[in-house]
Design a binder for this molecule. Structure first.
Ligand code: NDP
Length: 279
């Protein structure tokens, strides 16, 4: 029996990386899947893969940091599918400044070294734009999509909202980008608050906090800029001894979107290989 048969799901940032993997996992479980992002070519390619699972796909262009674009996207989604059952707030950025990778890698080095630590000045050199960009996409985007989805979910007394956060939002141990940590931390707090607010309306809100996840974005943004020694240091942070892949998260994403998780409210679940255990 397929766990999401005939459900309608929207996965933001569903064209690539973790969002794409979740979109395909939901399609395999029988859901009709809408995906959004800013690049229609990437979305259409993923839509073809979704349809290959025998369900409907709807690629939607949308910058989630714009409230107007999110509203227009939901109008299209509702015109097409008539409803929404599952929202995955996955769209996110974690480098507002590609040139900042060096600072983050140095900080990662620091985290792995014993002895006194000191700030490398990441925060003091952040610009207003870098700070706000991080919040606009990650936090504002999550809020705008959630607000639209709730209007539908409340009326049918059913809904599943899954927020993709990060270990950076739950622990300073892994933090090497303060604006990213602050933004994901805000979504952690939102998940708990909203979970409490809407549980009585038949809507569950939970979050997945991935650990170090080898997507193209992670590779290009951080991993490729590291030397071998730094890569080994990164691995040493993970008790399981390997970085994660999208397959480490998709079963959990299916669980949180299905009725199996009906009694789970406002929880942050973190498959991270042991990097962060208590939080
Ligand atoms: P990717 O960069 O591969 O994917 C991000 C997705 O978000 C893309 O589809 C992108 O599409 C979309 N996106 C970005 N900005 C916007 C925007 N303004 N409006 C709409 N869509 C947008 O990242 P990952 O798959 O690696 O990460 C997915 C999620 O997991 C993110 O929330 C990330 O913070 C989180 N995460 C990732 C970790 C990792 O190590 N990779 C670790 C912990 C958490 P497009 O650019 O075409 O708009």
């Amino acid at each position: 029996m397929k766990k999401l048969k005939d459900r309608v799901a929207l996965i933001t940032g569903g064209g690539r990386g973790l969002g794409q993997a979740i979109a395909l996992a939901y399609a395999k479980e029988g859901a009709n899947v809408a995906i959004c992002g800013r690049n229609i070519g990437v979305l259409e390619e993923t839509a073809r893969q979704i349809e290959a699972e025998g369900v409907e796909a709807l690629p939607l262009t949308c910058d989630v940091s714009s409230s107007a674009q999110v509203h227009a996207m939901f109008e299209k989604l509702l015109n097409h599918f008539g409803t929404i059952d599952i929202l995955v707030n996955n769209a996110g950025i974690f480098r507002s400044d590609p040139a900042g990778a060096k600072d983050r890698i140095n900080h990662l080095d620091l985290v792995t070294k014993p002895g006194p630590r000191y700030s490398l000045g990441i925060t003091k050199s952040l610009t207003d734009e870098q700070w706000h960009d991080m919040f606009r996409v990650n936090v504002d985007g999550t809020f705008y999509c959630t607000r639209e989805a709730l209007r539908v979910m409340e009326s049918k007394h059913y809904g599943k909202i899954v927020n993709i956060v990060s270990i950076s939002g739950i622990s300073s141990r892994s933090s090497h980008s303060p604006n990213y940590a602050a933004a994901k931390g805000a979504i952690v707090a939102l998940t708990r608050s909203l979970g409490h607010e809407v549980a009585g309306a038949g809507i569950t809100v939970n979050a997945i906090a991935p650990g170090y996840l080898m997507t193209e974005e992670f590779k290009n943004g951080l991993y490729n800029a590291m030397n071998e020694d730094q890569r080994q240091r990164l691995l040493q942070l993970v008790p399981l001894g390997r970085l994660s892949t999208v397959d480490d998260y998709t079963p959990l994403a299916v669980f949180l979107a299905s009725s199996d998780s009906d009694y789970l409210v406002g929880q942050i679940i973190s498959p991270n290989g042991g990097v962060v255990i208590e939080f």
